[in-house]
Design a protein around this ligand. Structure first.
Ligand code: ADP
Ligand code: ADP
Length: 232
């Protein structure tokens, strides 16, 4: 469902080039939860941002749901990105909008009929366990609740793929567990393929089917979670 082929990403600064990713290849099969783990500065964030071309690789191919994103016009890319949801460490909700309005936002941009928005947003908020919070503003929510809103918001556009950029790193251990369990539920019930990056081993062990270890811009190990972490 997601395939990165020989991705290299260099950032050019005044006098030098930083190689953030060096010949990275990975395949995330449909329906799986794939984790990329590594230390700070290893290239995780750059890697996940290459999947929807928020960062454009210096070289290599990015294939999502059978489409080579590197070959698309900006209009086609915008369309393809609708099927690639993303959630972040700091949620990135719109603070001037209620929970309902945050989730409805992309549907409104699409001119979805009002009744349909009402039904769809209610269903999504129900799915993420926020039935009672339609009219609350983000500032009045806990971190876990904010991440639930962000998940509902991204599900509104029917993604095939969900990218999770350190999605639980700002949350306490109990809340982390509950968000991971929601992600697993979404993966199973909606058959959404998940790629996540994290610096926390527990996240990978909890929900990932497969894992890759990244260090200094290179994938140094890749496989089933049980294989990769059973080494001495
Ligand atoms: P991680 O997410 O694992 O902490 P990043 O992908 O953020 O790692 O960063 C990988 C490397 O690329 C680091 O050396 C970082 O400083 C560098 N880097 C990331 N983004 C930029 C940028 N926009 N400009 C220059 N260097 C960057
Ligand atoms: P975080 O540090 O929370 O993981 P990132 O560094 O990955 O966030 O993202 C940087 C900024 O780019 C975010 O503040 C966000 O506003 C913006 N952004 C990037 N991609 C998206 C996207 N797909 N949808 C909405 N905002 C995005």
């Amino acid at each position: 469902m997601i395939e990165l082929r020989n991705i290299t990403k260099k950032f050019y600064q005044k006098t030098k080039a930083i190689t953030a990713l060096s010949d990275v290849s990975l395949t995330v099969p449909e329906g799986k939860i794939f984790g990329v783990i590594g230390a700070s500065g290893a290239g995780k964030s750059t890697l996940i941002r290459c999947v929807n071309l928020l960062e454009k690789p210096t070289s290599g191919e990015v294939i999502v749901a059978g489409q080579n994103l590197m070959n698309l016009s900006s209009k086609q890319l915008a369309k393809a990105r609708r099927h690639i949801g993303m959630i972040f460490q700091h949620f990135n909700l719109l603070s001037s909008r209620t929970v309902f309005e945050n989730v409805a936002f992309s549907l409104e941009l699409d001119h979805t009929p009002k009744q349909e928005i009402q039904k769809r947003v209610s269903d999504l908020l129900s799915l993420v366990g926020l039935d009672e919070k339609h009219h609350d503003y983000p500032v009045n929510l806990s971190g876990g609740q904010k991440q639930r809103v962000a998940i509902a918001r991204t599900l509104a556009s029917n993604p095939k793929v969900l990218l999770c950029d350190e999605a639980t790193s700002a949350l306490d251990p109990a809340t982390t567990k509950s968000i991971l369990s929601l992600l697993k539920d979404i993966n199973k019930r909606l058959n959404i393929t998940i790629l996540l990056i994290t610096h926390e081993m527990d996240v990978v062990k909890d929900i990932c089917d497969e894992v890759a270890v990244i260090s200094e811009g290179k994938l140094i190990e890749q496989g089933a979670v049980s294989e990769v972490f059973s080494h001495p």
